[in-house]
Design a protein. Structure first.
Length: 556
């Protein structure tokens, strides 16, 4: 039954059943659309190859799959993406849970990852709609804001047009197109763990409810939820704490007094949830190997684009939200509600978060799409459409146009164009049926042989293309696997190139094998592309597995 106030108007924040059906249909549609490239990958795989169930950021996803494997039977994981011996000291609740789930039902890692994709989407998007419903009492504005959260992307489509017209096939500033954080559609497509992390927005709803009812039980619930999320993505704790701090500062400015409940609940939330952050700091400062791993995060070269590029990355919705936030001076807040202050504070503090001098600053973009969408839709209806209606009044032939309907629809189309390109590019990438998304069946069988032979501490030397798969598929240590997790990554890239080069003398190869305790050498199509060295030509390598596209040699 719809709740109404004394004048018969729908109360702000109430949601009808039909609205939830709308949300459900949008979620299902998005999941179907983003599943199409996966279906294409599986259905078009050549007989001699296998689609590996990944189509974006293969090294990082295989890192997650390795953790899932290790944590499926233990509570702590060693770093198998580097050859150096190391103790199992790493824990992540998300990959622990998914590893246990896969182990329980016998599902492989790509299947479990699809379950994460579906589950995270069904959790995050209804929660985002709930924010839209609380912020807007008007049903049309709610739906538009929700679709902006789902679809908004940057102006990267302009760079794509330049690629095929002016820049002769070169995509200028590719990070402005392919960064996933802050892009809900792209995260659903290939980065569902970011969607799962964005569930931190629930914390702000609990804090607002606690303030309204003056009950600290809501702060306890929020703290426990942040603790739960922190064991999955510790850096999201920074976002939660900073956004609550910004909200508190704006409340002080508005009320001219200390918000005691908010201060108390903030301290309570931090006291309950800070432990994952403490663990992460201790792990990367006390353990020498993990200290080296953290130091290599810069290898990715992925940072938040500078302020001039930020509108390109985040697009028209961001520009509209920025104008709205500037027009709506946060320091003149006497008439603003608590929710208004939270959204405005969230929007502005994010400018500081995404430029913190840390290598993982790009991850702090995650979740920013929610306040961007809310402020953008406010600006769309509060000042942009009224301006356009005044201009429309000058032309009698256009008076029949319903701008409050036409403009939002056009707005949604315009903010989605880059996502259309990103989706189409997945089909083009997968149509090549090549590394790193596909492996030869022989390579898969060779790694299955490795899985059942030798010890878990054994080290496998191969190309990076194969090495990134070794920990997840065999449980063995890879000599070279990941730009951060492999200690001294660039040195090992050079060593692998030298190892497979025919110009390298055997003394150096033996030194590499002995220094890093290598037990097996994987030799397949990818390794042949690195040089003309034939492992079968030397007596210190013994052939133990052979197939047309993959061989495995044991170090004598």
């Amino acid at each position: 039954m719809e709740k109404r106030n004394s004048s018969g108007q729908k109360r702000e924040g109430t949601i009808q059943a039909a609205e939830w059906w709308f949300v459900f249909c949008v979620v299902v549609a998005l999941l179907i659309i983003t599943s199409l490239p996966y279906a294409y990958g599986y259905l078009t795989t050549p007989p001699d190859k296998q689609f590996m169930g990944i189509m974006l950021d293969v090294p990082d996803h295989l890192q997650y799959f390795s953790w899932m494997r290790e944590l499926s039977q233990a509570n702590l994981s060693a770093n198998k993406l580097t050859p150096e011996p190391n103790k199992p000291v790493f824990f992540n609740l998300l990959w622990w849970g998914l590893g246990r789930l896969g182990n329980l039902f016998g599902w492989d890692y790509p299947v479990v990852y699809q379950i994460l994709r579906i589950t995270a989407t069904f959790l995050f998007l209804p929660l985002a709609y709930l924010f839209c419903a609380v912020y807007f009492s008007d049903l049309w504005k709610r739906k538009i804001a929700f679709l902006v959260v789902c679809l908004t992307s940057g102006l990267g489509w302009i760079l794509v047009l330049l690629k095929y017209t002016v820049t002769k096939g070169e995509l200028l500033f590719p990070l402005d197109v392919f960064i996933a954080e802050g892009n809900t559609f792209l995260c659903i497509l290939g980065y569902p763990h970011f969607i799962a992390a964005a569930l931190y927005i629930l914390v702000f709803g609990l804090v607002l409810l606690g303030e309204r009812k003056n009950k600290y039980s809501y702060a306890v619930a929020a703290g426990l939820f942040v603790l739960f999320l922190g064991w999955q993505h510790a850096y999201d704790l920074i976002s939660v704490y900073a956004i609550l701090a910004a909200y508190g500062i704006l409340k002080i400015i508005r009320d001219r007094r200390i918000p005691r409940y908010l201060l108390g609940s903030g301290v309570l939330i931090m006291a309950i949830s800070c432990w994952p952050a403490i663990y992460s700091v201790l792990l990367t400062s006390l353990d020498p190997l993990w200290k080296d791993v953290l130091a290599q995060f810069a290898n990715a070269g992925v940072y938040t684009p500078n302020l001039l590029h930020l509108p390109v990355l985040l697009g028209i919705a961001f520009i509209l939200a920025l104008i709205t936030a500037i027009k709506d001076n946060p320091f003149k807040s006497s008439h603003k509600s608590d929710l208004d202050l939270l959204i405005v504070g969230w929007f502005w503090i994010s400018f500081i978060l995404v430029y913190l001098p840390v290598d993982y600053q790009i991850h702090l973009l995650n979740g920013w799409q929610v306040p961007i969408a809310l402020l953008a839709v406010r600006g769309l209806f509060d000042w942009l459409i009224p301006v356009l209606e005044k201009i429309q009044g000058l032309f009698s032939w256009s008076k029949a146009w319903r701008l409050p309907v036409i403009i939002p629809i056009f707005f949604l189309i315009s903010i989605s164009l880059t996502n259309v390109y990103l989706l189409a590019w997945r089909f083009l990438d997968l149509s090549r049926h090549d590394y790193p998304y596909y492996l030869y069946q022989d390579e898969i069988q060779a790694m299955r042989w490795l899985e059942t032979n030798g010890a878990e501490t054994d080290v496998v030397l191969s190309s990076l293309t194969i090495g990134q798969y070794v920990p997840a598929l065999t449980g063995k240590h890879a000599f070279l696997a990941h730009w951060a997790q492999t200690v001294n990554f660039h040195d090992k890239v050079s060593l692998v190139e030298k190892f497979f080069s025919e110009k390298t003398d055997d003394a150096l190869r033996l030194k590499i094998l002995q220094e890093y305790g290598v037990q097996y050498v994987f030799y397949g199509s990818s390794e042949r592309s690195l040089g003309d060295f034939l492992p079968s030509s030397v007596d210190y390598l013994q052939l133990t597995y052979a197939s047309p596209f993959a061989e495995i040699y044991r170090v004598r």
